[in-house]
Design a protein around this ligand. Structure first.
Ligand code: OOG
Ligand code: MG
Length: 256
């Protein structure tokens, strides 16, 4: 049997991102299952590496009920982050470079020594050097931000850009810190790090386990986004977005 055209699908999704132009969902028609969707994601990463980008980390998706409900997919997923996706804290993004970007509040981990795949993270403070408030910009390449599980995996879990605030040592009570997402000084979303799998540390265990299944290993010095604590909000031109995480401080970006 001839399988789905992994390279062709990666090309279609990569071009949609490059041109900021939405495409129809494709997994059902192409017969793309979850394993093949991760193969598309790997091919999309290779496309970025071929043009000189560097792999700098990994992100989790749909680790909170609020996110699962917003997009109608209820499985934890993971994607790849490259240096070209990073926006400096307080920096700006041009919304015209995206299709229908949304911002969401996250916590980021700076990875240190990680266990072998299949091993649980024993001591979190050995595995994680520092923690930071973060903003993820997601931008599904599918029309109307509507997709199935394999569609969103193939689309590198809607990853588009990310901002990392100041790093702090792992604080006490990481499992339940207040999270705010503000747009133009107004609170748009309120949540807690507890929304992230009950404890964002669990997202790291899940990331090691899920990515390990596909031979992806995280490395010292990488960034890890644990997944949004609340639903995402549309990013409009001119907006100033700020994420506040209790004990960790803020991360912000401006949209032009
Ligand atoms: C999928 C990506 C989800 C998160 O933090 O839950 C994600 C999407 O919502 O388009 O990044
Ligand atoms: Mg996210």
């Amino acid at each position: 049997m001839i399988g789905p055209d992994i390279a062709g699908i990666a090309q279609t999704l990569g071009a949609a991102a490059d041109n900021a132009s939405a495409i129809p969902q494709l997994a059902a028609e192409a017969g793309l299952g979850v394993d093949a969707a991760y193969a598309v994601q790997a091919a999309l990463l290779q496309r970025r590496l071929d043009r000189g980008e560097r792999l700098v980390g990994l992100k989790m998706g749909l680790t909170s009920k609020a996110k699962m409900a917003q997009v109608g997919v209820d499985e934890v997923i993971w994607g790849r982050l490259t240096d070209a996706m990073r926006v400096p804290d307080g920096g700006s993004v041009d919304v015209a470079e995206f299709i229908h970007p949304r911002a969401e509040p996250e916590v980021a981990f700076l990875l240190d020594r990680l266990p072998e795949p299949g091993e649980p993270v024993g001591d979190f403070t050995d595995a994680v050097r520092a923690v930071a408030p973060a903003i993820e910009l997601i931008d599904s390449r599918y029309a109307n931000f509507t997709f199935s599980l394999p569609d969103v995996i193939a689309d590198n879990t809607s990853a588009a850009a990310f901002v990392i605030g100041p790093w702090s040592p792992v604080p006490d009570g990481l499992e339940n810190l207040g999270v705010l997402l503000e747009v133009d000084g107004r609170v748009a979303q309120v949540g807690s790090t507890a929304a992230i799998l009950g404890d964002p540390r669990r997202a790291l265990d899940e990331g090691i386990r899920l990515a390990g299944r596909y031979g992806a290993r995280m490395r010292e010095g990488w960034v890890f986004l644990a997944g949004a604590a609340t639903a995402a909000v549309p990013l409009r031109p001119g907006a100033h977005v700020r994420v506040v995480v209790e004990k960790l401080g803020t991360a912000s970006l401006r949209a032009s």
